[in-house]
Design a protein around this ligand. Structure first.
Ligand SMILES: Nc1ncnc2c1ncn2[C@@H]1O[C@H](COP(=O)(O)OP(=O)(O)OP(=O)(O)O)[C@@H](O)[C@H]1O
Length: 627
């Protein structure tokens, strides 16, 4: 099992990294990192830029001062004269060195302040992007893969500020070296650049190989994250033990790690080969440059003093070219990760909720008109040509076998999914024309897998949206859901933290959690109440209490109940039977119970299982096989 990039578009982008791309992309990257830095901390960014400019200038001045000092000292004539000529340059050199040191410290301080802020901001933007997409996005493999890559992009965003600073510093010292070299003799600078080219190419190639290797391991890294989550969190800890799954899971983890290691090793080997080749060519290039200096000196084209300055400038410029290329290739690689992040933020546009502006109130009727729905990548419809009207004051129950489409229909009615065909009309307005958040204000949903938020009981009930009536409303909801008994037993009442992992946190039983989830729905002043298997974990007394309460709640609401328990259906005004995504029956309990069809079949299974004789009694009725 592996997650794969089906489109291969990022692989193609990675393969296209060349030296020219790097040169083209670097200014863009610096601009991009500065823009993000500006967004998170303007004074620090402005300070950083100012310091960097001053540092660049002082670096150039320092180099020029060294060149001046060497020229003066190595010139012919009286030693005292030479020293007198050299001292202004020495003073400039000392001043520039001091200024550079101060600037360097300031730049480090500001970058280390900005880097983490940028990473946090990038993460925040990613989170905001994720909450603004259609729920359907999560069914798209591309979306999930890109989100993962974007997360990595967000993590490295902060690195770009350091890399940007290194780039600016290397460029400044290269410029200073270039000015000195060009002053000594015009042939030296082009020679130096040509000699540095092989190393530049090899560094960029190595960076490309590393990025591609990482890209290929992207799916495996996702798998590791999923496995890690299951292995070390509490959720499945009991099942891992009881199911003796530990060695199976760690075996899978090990195999996945081995695949990543193979990719990494291959990339490291290939990168080393590139670097070796680059170093050999670079060494030859340097020998040619040094030979040129000797030749210029030997043929009297430059003086000893100028040759000394050239030696120093060559050292500096050579180092900065190598630095430029090294940090440049790192920045380009970081930039590619950042591209994943920006592309994802833009790509959420593909899934970003673009619905209407109508703000619905509590619905009187919800009409489902010729609705069909197919999940992304599926070959069959989950729902086909479903038409149904739900009314305020009525409890409508959806029943059917597993996979018949009940939960899908309840999510479409709640506006969580938009149907692929047909409409869901809330008092005449289609869900895709409604402002989604305004619509969801009118939805109270208890899904099959309700969230167990690691928050206080109060926050678990109010979902961070307290009522103007304060805790009274929360206590009323608890009473309606039977959660009052749960809260009464907790040491800190509504303030109790429902997360055992944290100090002072409490753990609830499955049924107690379900009561809290129900209280959550009852607390919400919403016009549509959707309950998907709401009492699966409840004891009979708690279940009875919920269904008693449901009738009162339904007076003011549209209620949609998904259940497998036929006994719960007594509360429903109307029962809709789904089979393989289609409505096959619709009516009241007595009507359906006396009509041959799927409902009778479901009823017979339930009645049989509820009245089934013990294992020792073989006279029991065997449920009728499904036609
Ligand atoms: N997010 C999804 N992506 C793809 N297919 C899905 C998704 N959710 C459900 N399905 C498919 O849609 C069909 C209907 O599923 P649904 O959950 O609506 O059934 P259900 O009647 O609620 O089942 P159950 O009684 O088991 O809860 C199933 O075939 C299921 O595999």
């Amino acid at each position: 099992m592996r997650f794969v990039d089906l489109t291969g578009s990022r692989e193609a982008a990675g393969r296209s990294i060349r030296l020219v791309d790097m040169a083209r992309r670097l200014p863009l990257l610096v601009r991009r990192s500065l823009a993000l830095a500006w967004r998170v901390d303007r004074p620090a960014t402005a300070g950083l830029l100012a310091c960097q400019t001053v540092a660049g200038i002082t670096q150039a001045m320092g180099l020029l001062a060294i060149s001046g000092t060497l020229t003066a000292l190595l010139a012919s004539g009286d030693v005292l004269d030479r020293l007198l000529h050299a001292w202004p340059s020495v003073a400039l050199l000392a001043g520039a060195a001091a200024a550079r040191a101060v600037m360097g410290i300031t730049v480090n301080w500001l970058s280390s302040r900005l880097g983490p802020l940028m990473t946090r901001e990038a993460e925040q933007m990613l989170l905001d992007g994720c909450t603004a997409v259609e729920l359907a996005a999560y069914d798209e493999p591309d979306f999930n893969r890109d989100r993962e890559a974007a997360d990595r992009g967000a993590q490295v965003t902060g690195d770009l500020i350091d890399e940007g600073q290194d780039l600016i510093a290397s460029s400044a010292s290269f410029l200073a070296g270039a000015v000195v070299l060009a002053g000594v003799h015009p042939v030296l600078l082009p020679l130096l650049v040509a000699a540095s080219l092989p190393q530049a190419v090899s560094q960029v190639s190595a960076a490309r190989v590393r990025y591609l290797a990482n890209l290929r391991s992207n799916g495996d890294n996702r798998m590791l994250a999923v496995l890690r989550w299951h292995i070390y969190t509490r959720d499945a800890a009991d099942q891992i033990r009881a199911g003796t799954m530990a060695s199976f899971l760690s075996g899978r983890y090990r195999r996945t790690v081995a695949r990543i290691n193979r990719e990494d090793r291959a990339a490291a080997d290939q990168g080393a080969r590139f670097s070796l080749l680059g170093a050999v060519c670079g060494g030859l290039g340097s020998a040619i440059v040094w030979a040129a200096v000797v030749w210029l000196l030997a043929t009297g084209r430059i003086s000893v003093g100028r040759a000394g300055a050239a030696v120093f400038a060559l050292q500096t410029a050579g180092q900065s070219v190598r630095g430029l290329v090294a940090v440049g290739s790192r920045a380009v690689r970081t930039g590619l990760y950042m591209d994943d992040w920006t592309n994802f933020l833009e790509r959420t546009g593909g899934f970003r909720m673009r619905r209407g502006t109508h703000r619905p109130g509590p619905p009187k009727t919800i009409e489902i008109a010729s609705l069909s729905h197919r999940y992304a990548g599926k070959e069959r419809d989950a729902l086909t040509d479903v038409s149904l009207t739900l009314n305020r004051g009525e409890v409508t129950a959806l029943v059917g076998f597993n996979g018949s489409g009940k939960s899908t229909l309840s999510k479409i009615v709640s506006g969580l999914y938009l149907p692929t065909r047909g409409h869901v009309l809330w008092d005449g307005t289609a869900t895709h024309d409604a402002e989604p958040h305004a619509l969801w204000k009118q939805v109270a949903l208890v899904p099959q897998d309700y969230a167990r938020w690691p928050l206080t009981v109060r926050e678990n009930i109010t979902l961070g949206q307290p009522s103007p009536r304060g805790d009274t409303a929360a206590y009323e909801a608890c009473e309606a859901a039977g959660a009052d008994e749960v809260v009464a037993r907790l040491a800190a009442g509504l303030d109790t933290l429902l997360a055992r992992e944290w100090l002072g946190g409490e753990e609830l039983s499955g049924g107690q959690w379900q009561r809290v989830a129900l209280a959550r729905a009852f607390f919400r002043e919403a016009g549509l109440l959707v309950l998907d298997e709401p009492t699966a974990n409840l004891d009979p007394k708690a279940e009875y209490r919920i269904f008693q309460r449901l009738r009162d709640l339904a007076r003011e609401r549209v209620v949609l109940l998904v259940t497998h328990r036929i006994t719960n259906l007594a509360v429903a005004d109307r029962i809709v039977v789904l089979d393989e995504g289609r409505i096959v029956q619709d009516g009241t309990y007595p009507e359906l119970a006396h009509r041959p069809g799927l409902f009778q079949e479901l009823l017979s299974y339930q009645v049989t299982s509820e009245t089934a004789p013990s294992d020792h009694d073989h006279s029991g009725t065997v449920p009728p096989p499904r036609a």
